[in-house]
Design a protein. Structure first.
Length: 226
């Protein structure tokens, strides 16, 4: 990978690496036949992101209780949340993958991209001499840009849109919603909707309207794909 291309990634992330080999390792998927890959970076990055986002939310919402803070953190550090960060970084363009993983759509695969975000944050932490203040600043600024509104009522509310992005990236198709059943009187209908991807059932849920049942089933499917 050219230095110019790595410069573009550094500009997007907001950090210039002192040791390029750390950045290269953080971008290297295990499918590559190398004596190193980014899995150890993912392990470290997972803990770093969880701690920093927990601190961030603790300060940002001084009146919120433990349950609300936990739900917010879970949303932000989930594979879905990290996937949004990966898209912002355009991280798929920089990953070092095997030919087989390339053919398996690795550059747009949600799980692979979300793990790579953790690896990049860990690489910054290590390259900066384990400067916790610096990585905290980078992570919180990134989340502020990607999620300008952080609120349980807003965050990831449109589950159908998110699921469509995920399925198009990972499967190359859009999800199909099928009404399984409709019960109750006309003024209190309960709809049950199932989500199918490539004719395979991934999740089903109920709702007081077809639209709400679709959103609920999409959320369940996202959790399954996580």
């Amino acid at each position: 990978m050219s230095n110019n291309k790595l410069h573009w990634l550094e500009d997007r992330v907001g950090y210039k690496f002192r040791k390029r080999e750390i950045l290269i390792e953080a971008l290297t998927h295990r499918s590559i036949n190398k004596p190193y890959n980014n899995e150890r970076f993912e392990f470290l990055g997972d803990s770093i992101v969880n701690f920093i986002i927990a601190t961030y939310l603790f300060k940002k919402f001084p009146e919120a209780n433990e349950g609300s803070l936990s739900k917010l953190r879970s949303s932000l550090v989930s594979k879905t949340g990290l996937y949004q960060i990966a898209k912002y970084f355009k991280l798929g363009e920089y990953l070092l993958l095997s030919d087989a993983e390339e053919k398996n759509r690795g550059r747009i695969k949600k799980s692979l991209l979300s793990n790579s975000v953790e690896a990049i944050f860990a690489a910054i932490y290590l390259d900066s001499g384990e400067n916790l203040y610096l990585i905290e600043e980078i992570i919180t600024e990134t989340y502020d840009k990607v999620f300008p509104i952080i609120d349980l009522e807003v965050l990831f509310r449109d589950y159908k849109t998110i699921l469509q992005e995920i399925t198009q990236a990972e499967f190359g198709v859009t999800p199909e919603y099928r009404v399984v059943s409709t019960n109750g009187p006309d003024h209190e209908k309960v709809f049950e909707v199932a989500v199918y991807i490539n004719d395979k059932l991934y999740g089903k849920a109920t709702g007081s309207s077809k639209k709400s049942a679709e959103q609920n089933s999409a959320k369940i499917t996202i959790d399954v794909l996580d």
